[in-house]
Design a protein around this ligand. Structure first.
Ligand code: FAD
Length: 452
C-alpha cells in the first residue's frame, strides 16, 4: 500500500482534468497538468467538438463545492424545457423538463466553463499547467512520460483525463490492466450557427432546448449569451453521404427544416466548411494500473451526447475519485479499484440511457404514447414527490447514482404503462410500493444557478 507518489501528473486540462487537479490540490498535493492544446484563455483556439453544452446537477455540485459557481452563473443560460418544432406547419410547443422552477438545465460555452476551471486550478497555488504538451506515451517501468516533441518528464502517478483517445488508457491497456472498445453509432453530427437577428437578439426563445425531431434524424439548438445558437444536425451516415454538394444540402434543409433554413443564409457554406463528427460509446474494463495510473471522464467512459451528460458525468467522476483518495490516502491502488467498482455500474447505466435518449429526442417527443407517459409521470411526481421522479429528471436534476435511476425508471415505466392501459387501476397504490427517493445531495442547491 502506498500514498500518491510525486510527481503527480494530470494529462488533459478539460473539465475532468482541471476539476480533478483542483480536488487534489485541496487535499494538499502539488499537481502538474500537461495539456495538448494552447491556453484557451489566451488564444482563440479551436476547442474541437461542440461549442456549448448542457450543464446539470451532477456538474453543478462540484462547481458549488469548489466555490466556482458564482462565476459560472454569469455565463449560463437556463433552458426550462424542450421546444418541439414538430413539423413544418405547427407552432413550436414547449415540453417543460419538470414542475419545479429549479428543474432547468443550463446552456454553457465549453471553453468559457473550461477557462473558469483553469483559473480556479491555478488559484489553488498548487497546480501548474503546461500547455502545448501532447502526451504520447507512458512508460510504467521507468515512470516516464514522453511527449510529441520527444521531451520527457518523470511521474509518480498519472491521471488520464485526456479524452476518448486517451494515450494514458492505451498505456494501461498495453500493460495488460485494461481492455476497451468503442461502439460506433451509425449516425454522425455537424454543428452550425444560427446568428442573432438584426437587433442582436436570439432569433428563437433562448430559454429552451430546441428540437426538430424528424424520426431517423434531428436538429437541436442551444443558445449562447452573444445572441447566437449552436445548432447540431444528428443524422444517419447515409444521410450525410447524400449531402455532398450545395444543391442537395439546400434541398434537404428546405424540405426538413424550412424555418431554420430561412434564418441561415450561409447554410450551405457552413455545412461545407464545418467538420462532421462521429459518435460512439467507449466500453472499458480496467481503469487503473497499480497505483501508477487511472483514467477518468471520456478517457474511461465516453458516451453519445443525447442526454447531455458526458461532461456532467466526467465531473461527477472527478469528485468521486477524489473522495476515494481522501478516504484511503495510504492505499492509492485500492482507492483506484474501489472507485471503478463503485462507478462502473453508473457509467454503464448513463451510456445506455444516453443511447435511449436519442430515440426519445428524435421521435419519442412527438409520439402521443410518449407524451401521455411523460404527462402521467409528471402528474405522479406532483402527487408523490418523495416516491417518483421521471427518468430524465433523476438523471438531470439529482445526484442519485445513474444505475439506481435506471432501475427505478424501469419499475416506474411498468407502473405508468399499466395505468395507461387500465384506467381503473389504482396507480397511486402502485406508486406507494416504490422505495423513497434518496435525499438530494446537500450541495445540489436548487438556487445555485439563476433559473430565469
Ligand atoms: P475532454 O473534454 O475531451 O478533455 C480532454 C482534454 O485532454 C482536452 O483538453 C484535450 O485537449 C486534452 N488531451 C487530449 N489528448 C491529450 C494528450 N495526448 N496530451 C495532453 N492532453 C491531451 N456533455 C454534457 O455534459 N452536456 C452536453 O450537453 C454535451 N454535449 C455534447 C455534444 C457533443 C456534440 C459532443 C461530442 C459531446 C457532448 N458532451 C456533453 C460530452 C462532453 O463533451 C464530454 O463528455 C466532456 O468534454 C468530457 O470531459 P473530459 O475532460 O473527460 O474530456
Amino acid at each position: 500500500m502506498s500514498a500518491l507518489r510525486s510527481p503527480i501528473v494530470v494529462a488533459g486540462a478539460g473539465p475532468a482534468g482541471s476539476l480533478l487537479a483542483i480536488y487534489l490540490a485541496r487535499q494538499g498535493h502539488e499537481v502538474t497538468i500537461y495539456e495538448r492544446r494552447s491556453d484557451l484563455r489566451a488564444t482563440d483556439v479551436d476547442v474541437g467538438r461542440s461549442i456549448n453544452l448542457a450543464l446539470a446537477t451532477r456538474g453543478i455540485v462540484p462547481l458549488v463545492e469548489i466555490g466556482a459557481i458564482g462565476r459560472v452563473d454569469e455565463i449560463t443560460i437556463p433552458m426550462r424545457g424542450r421546444m418541439i418544432h414538430a413539423d413544418n406547419d405547427s407552432t413550436p410547443a414547449l415540453q417543460p423538463y419538470g414542475s419545479h422552477p429549479h428543474e432547468v438545465i443550463h446552456s454553457v460555452s465549453r471553453s468559457d466553463l473550461n477557462a473558469i476551471l483553469l483559473d480556479e486550478a491555478e488559484a489553488t497555488g498548487r497546480v501548474r499547467i503546461e500547455f502545448e504538451r501532447r502526451l504520447e506515451a507512458v512508460d510504467f517501468e521507468t515512470s516516464t512520460l514522453t511527449f510529441h516533441d520527444g521531451s520527457s518528464e518523470p511521474f509518480g502517478v498519472v491521471f488520464g483525463c485526456d479524452g476518448a483517445g486517451s494515450p494514458v488508457r492505451k498505456a494501461i491497456e498495453a500493460a495488460g490492466s485494461c481492455t476497451s472498445h468503442t461502439e460506433w453509432l451509425d449516425h454522425d453530427y455537424k454543428e452550425l450557427t444560427l446568428r442573432p437577428g438584426a437587433d442582436g437578439t436570439h432569433r428563437l426563445d433562448p430559454n429552451a432546448l430546441h428540437i426538430w425531431p424528424r424520426g431517423e434524424l434531428m436538429l437541436i439548438a442551444l443558445a449562447n449569451p452573444g445572441g447566437d445558437f449552436t445548432v447540431t444536425l444528428f443524422a444517419p451516415k447515409a444521410v450525410f453521404a447524400d449531402l455532398a454538394d450545395a444543391t442537395s444540402v439546400d434541398a434537404f434543409f428546405t424540405d426538413e427544416f424550412p424555418d431554420f433554413a430561412a434564418m441561415v443564409p450561409d447554410l450551405t457554406d457552413q455545412f461545407a466548411n464545418n467538420p462532421t463528427g462521429a459518435l460512439g460509446t467507449l466500453r472499458t474494463d480496467g481503469w487503473s494500473h497499480n497505483d501508477q495510473a487511472i483514467v477518468i471522464g471520456d478517457a474511461a467512459h465516453a458516451i453519445v451526447p443525447f442526454h447531455g451528460q458526458g461532461m456532467n458525468a466526467a465531473m461527477e467522476s472527478a469528485r468521486a475519485l477524489a473522495a476515494h483518495l481522501a478516504s484511503t490516502p495510504d492505499d492509492v491502488a485500492g482507492a483506484f479499484r474501489r472507485f471503478e467498482t463503485d462507478r462502473r455500474p453508473d457509467t454503464d447505466a448513463i451510456a445506455r440511457m444516453a443511447l435511449d435518449n436519442y430515440i426519445e429526442m428524435r421521435s419519442g417527443v412527438v409520439d402521443p404514447d410518449y407524451v401521455a407517459q411523460r404527462t402521467l409521470a409528471l402528474e405522479l411526481e406532483r402527487r408523490h414527490p418523495t416516491l417518483l421522479s421521471p427518468r430524465y429528471n433523476m438523471v438531470m436534476f439529482s445526484t442519485m447514482p445513474y444505475a439506481e435511476a435506471l432501475r427505478r425508471a424501469a419499475r416506474q415505466s411498468e407502473i405508468i404503462a399499466d395505468a395507461l392501459a387500465d384506467p381503473d387501476l389504482d396507480v397511486d397504490l402502485l406508486v406507494r410500493t416504490l422505495p423513497p427517493l434518496p435525499e438530494l445531495d446537500p450541495l445540489a442547491d436548487p438556487e445555485a444557478l439563476s433559473v430565469s
